[in-house]
Design a protein. Structure first.
Length: 211
């Protein structure tokens, strides 16, 4: 497969052509470490077309990683299916890594927003003032797929909002204390109203001989 990189181009744009060249270059480099049967040039080109067709979906980076992993781990000539399997694993691992990084950064942005307003963390802000993630990073924050976009959204929303004073937590706690005091007074009043009726009911039961 020495001429695999010279495969006749069938793609229509320079970007796709470069993608094809990069992928087939990784394949050619890997296969050069193994015995290659002597086959007609037409068959060699058809093989190269099969390799590209079956690996194109993963992109040059994933294919290069898969080829390197195979070279370091295996001692036989790979099939297309072998490299596809490694490329699929790499793509899934990268997707999981990006998801975890995005999740971590989202929590960092939310916690920083809360600390700027006097809260210990975003969870405390949720409890005390019913703040939601959409207040900080937009209504469709769950669709954001990159850290750069996430930070741009947060910066834009922060720029449009009043400057944080760090007093939101104090004001929220004060309001909660006032509510608690009022609630306690109301409950005490209900108990006071209920006591005479309780005593009257108990006296009536005693007169009827009820225990």
């Amino acid at each position: 497969m020495a001429n695999v990189v010279d495969l006749q181009q069938k793609t229509s744009t320079p970007a796709l052509q470069q993608r094809q060249v990069s992928i087939l270059a990784s394949v050619a480099r890997l296969l050069s470490h193994y015995w290659i049967p002597d086959v007609p040039e037409k068959v060699r080109q058809q093989q190269a077309e099969d390799w590209f067709e079956d690996l194109a979906e993963f992109g040059p980076e994933a294919v290069a990683v898969a080829c390197k992993q195979w070279r370091r781990m295996e001692n036989r000539r790979p099939t297309i299916a072998d490299i596809r399997d490694l490329a699929i694993r790499h793509v899934r691992e990268e997707a999981a890594r990006r998801h975890n990084e995005l999740h971590k950064r989202r929590h960092e942005i939310l916690d920083q927003w809360a600390r700027d307003r006097g809260f210990n963390n975003f969870h405390q802000a949720e409890v005390l003032v019913q703040t939601r993630p959409e207040h900080v990073i937009g209504d469709d924050w769950h669709t954001v797929s990159s850290i750069a976009e996430l930070e741009e959204r947060a910066a834009a929303i922060a720029a449009a909002a009043p400057n944080p004073t760090g007093r939101e937590k104090e004001e929220a706690l004060h309001g909660r204390e006032q509510f608690t005091d009022t609630q306690q007074m109301f409950e005490a009043a209900l108990r006071a109203l209920g006591e005479p009726r309780t005593r009257f009911a108990a006296g009536s039961l005693a007169e009827m001989g009820e225990p």
